[in-house]
Design a protein around this ligand. Structure first.
Ligand code: 13P
Length: 247
């Protein structure tokens, strides 16, 4: 389960909430990843040291260093103890113009420097209405993983986040999400092999809330959630309890 805080919280709020989560999620026996804004990562890395919570960044650049004003490289993230990095989030793709080629370069750069990418894919409302969902997701997956070995892909996590479900309160119906998750798993089986498609984690993201999470989590190919709005407060703890009860 991962929480994408997006561009939210002050430093004090971030530290307070991280401490609360350390306490409230102390007993969970599955992976929980917090993805706060870059500026809070160092402080939270200190706070979360020795706990069962992991940290992820929300983005990175694909060069190691140099004249790239405003960018952060995977090696910088690694250096401060960050394990995961979200790559290709729909907000990066649609607001900041990230292309599939950039997503591929970022994944490669992150893997080269020992980070674990959380790779986001998903169709827009218009694409779904035109019946292009599988076509769009296939193209995003193929391009994201272009040139990557099986061992490299196994270090990644995939997040299916339909753009029309992100921040809209319109969650995908469990069967809709399951269809796409199964499609992604099958595609990876074709591109790599059966072992990879069994082992890789595919998270769902988009308007996850405590009242809809269980229905999604019971689907055969949904391995967890990438949570936006509901990761900012106590709903995140409720979501974790739902997962705990299922294990
Ligand atoms: P919401 O849960 O706010 O819809 O956001 C989902 C998301 O974009 C997580 O990366």
């Amino acid at each position: 389960m991962a929480g994408n805080w997006k561009m939210n919280k002050t430093s004090e709020q971030a530290k307070f909430f991280a401490n609360k989560l350390i306490h409230d999620l102390a007993g969970v026996n599955f992976k929980v990843i917090l993805c706060p804004p870059f500026v809070f990562l160092s402080d939270l890395a200190e706070i979360l040291k020795g706990t069962n919570l992991s940290l992820g960044a929300q983005n990175c650049y694909y060069e190691r260093s140099g004249a790239f004003t405003g960018e952060i490289s995977p090696i910088m993230l690694k250096d401060i103890g960050i394990e995961y990095v979200i790559i290709g989030h729909s907000e990066r793709r649609h607001i900041f113009g990230e292309t599939d080629e950039m997503v591929n370069k970022k994944i490669k750069a992150a893997l080269d420097d020992g980070m674990k990418p959380i790779v986001c894919v998903g169709e827009t409302k218009e694409e779904r209405e035109k019946g292009l969902t599988f076509c769009v997701v296939e193209s995003q997956i193929r391009q994201a993983f272009f040139g990557l070995s099986k061992d490299e892909v196994l270090k990644t996590v995939i997040a299916y986040e339909p753009v029309w479900a992100i921040g809209t309160g319109i969650v995908a119906k469990p069967y809709q999400a399951q269809q796409v998750h199964k499609f992604i798993r099958t595609l990876l089986g074709e591109l790599y092999d059966a072992e990879l498609c069994q082992k890789i984690s595919i998270l769902y993201g988009g308007s996850i809330k405590p009242d809809n999470f269980f229905g999604l989590m019971v689907q055969a190919d949904i391995d967890g959630g990438l949570v936006g709005g509901a990761s900012l407060d106590d709903q995140f703890v409720e979501l974790a309890k739902i997962v705990s009860r299922m294990l």
